[in-house]
Design a binder for this molecule. Structure first.
Ligand code: OMD
Ligand code: FE2
Length: 455
């Protein structure tokens, strides 16, 4: 092969084939006849392959929730030497007990430049989270900043599902199920336990990861919205089978109960020639999100922007929701149109993929792409002063909000910080100031010009 790794990866990523539909019973074979028909585990799997089941839910979970796939591979995953502990780098896991839970509103700038040769795994940096990996509950917020492709090395998390949100630089994900390309503006969803290698499609790559320790993400119910809308199932793209038949050492990095472990296989573990099932990775282009909103008055709660939800045992209470603030029209009459002032029992981590967010000022020291904010349980937040002043006096003509793409990981439990997040140089100071100067309007002479004030 010729060309740089980056060029090779880009060529491979072009024109990828997919199998579409969230939650479908997908089937795929890279070689005709590799996928058995009529049964999962024939006495001898076709073409000398080994059959292996990968279970994402307990065998006995209800059919609607059950996730599993059958993989037909050159060597069974079981053929490996012992895993040994590896350096955790910037990766941390729940329970997050390293810092005192902090009720303050916090905001970070983007991660600093990584050292040369930092791949996706080495570039992972945990901000915080909640729950407990050993109990399969809660979530973690990670960020990544990488400048190198993974080589002869794959990663998987036994602790949770990985929802990857690229902000800068495309990723080619070589998974056990085949190839996916995730550019900024897309999300990638890697189910628990699925092995994958990340190759960069640009000189560097930056983004966010929600590690969902709880029940797998699913599309939210639509209730009165009807049978269509928000994220449509057909826009989620699974890969088609594509296998590597490569001998020689390959490092498998396994995140298990919070620590990184590594074992060296003597062949590529991405050797799946055919597969079928519904425990599969996906990419989804957030531009396909069908935004629903108010066409009369008032600002609806952002739950209408839910792309994916990880339910808990309590109906309507998510372990974590992934919510996107995509381009949309605002037409509400007599309405304060940006996000309202609020205190929320849920905790909100927000990131910005591009442009600006309509509740916050961008630019240096503001809410910027690659940065993030944390508004923990019951912390008071909402539009900053500049946004409030502008929106409360704006002329309410129809307005297109299309200068940014923001998202939120909204979780049922407070997000507790890692020590590295609490002490990071890129933690902004003075975030509280954005709500300073919201002067009283009540009282004689107060109120808006031309409107009654208290006598
Ligand atoms: O705090 C935020 O910016 C997120 C958010 C957006 C919105 O439209 C309503 C509530 C909310 O928490
Ligand atoms: Fe909020």
């Amino acid at each position: 092969m010729t060309g740089t790794g980056e060029e090779r990866a880009r060529k491979t990523a072009e024109g990828l084939a997919h199998s579409s539909g969230f939650g479908n019973a997908h089937t795929s074979e890279a070689v005709p006849g590799a996928l058995p028909t009529g049964r999962n585990s024939p006495q001898r799997a076709p073409l000398g392959l080994y059959a292996e089941q990968l279970s994402g839910t307990a065998f006995t979970e209800p059919r609607a929730a059950n996730r599993r796939s059958w993989l037909y591979r050159i060597r069974p995953s079981a053929a490996h030497p012992p895993f040994v502990r590896a350096d955790n780098g910037g990766v941390r896991a729940a329970p997050f007990t390293g810092t005192v839970p902090d009720p303050n509103r916090l905001r970070w700038d983007p991660l600093p430049e990584p050292a040369p040769g930092t791949d996706f795994v080495a570039g992972l940096w945990t901000l915080g989270g909640n729950g407990d990996v050993t109990e399969r509950s809660g979530m973690a917020v990670h960020l990544y900043h990488a400048n190198s492709s993974m080589e002869r090395r794959v990663f998987s998390s036994a602790d949770g599902e990985l929802l990857i949100v690229p902000e800068r630089g495309g990723l080619l994900l070589r998974t056990e199920f085949g190839l996916l390309r995730a550019e900024p503006g897309h999300i990638a969803l890697i189910p628990r336990g699925v092995r994958f290698r990340v190759e960069l499609l640009a000189a560097s790559a930056r983004g966010y990861v929600c590690e969902n320790y709880g029940r797998p993400f699913q599309l939210p119910d639509l209730g009165p919205i009807g049978a269509n809308g928000l994220a449509n199932a057909r826009d989620f793209l699974a890969p088609v089978a594509a296998y590597e038949d490569v001998e020689g050492p390959h490092e498998v990095v396994n995140k298990f109960c919070g620590n990184l472990w590594t074992a060296t296989y003597d062949h590529s573990p991405l050797d799946v020639v055919a597969w079928h099932g519904n425990h599969v990775p996906y990419v989804y282009d957030l531009r396909h999100f069908n935004v629903i909103g108010s066409i009369s008055f008032d600002h609806p709660d952002p739950s209408i922007f839910t792309v994916l939800t990880s339910p808990s045992d309590t109906p309507g209470l998510a372990g974590v929701d992934f919510v996107v603030f995509a381009p949309r029209w605002l037409v509400g009459e007599d309405t304060f149109r940006p996000p309202y002032f609020h205190r929320n029992v849920m905790s909100e981590y927000m990131g910005l993929i591009e442009g600006a967010y309509d509740a916050k000022t961008g630019g240096k020291g503001g809410f910027v792409p690659g940065g993030g904010s944390l508004h923990n349980m019951m912390s008071a937040h909402g539009p900053d002063r500049a946004t409030y002043e502008k929106a409360s006096t704006a002329e309410l003509t129809p307005q297109k909000v299309d200068d940014g793409l923001a998202f939120m990981f909204e979780t049922r439990w407070p997000v507790l910080l890692t020590e590295q997040a609490r002490t990071a140089d890129h933690l902004q100071s003075g975030y509280d100031d954005v709500w300073q100067g919201l002067e009283r309007q009540w009282g004689p002479g107060g109120g808006f010009p031309g409107e009654p004030s208290r006598p």
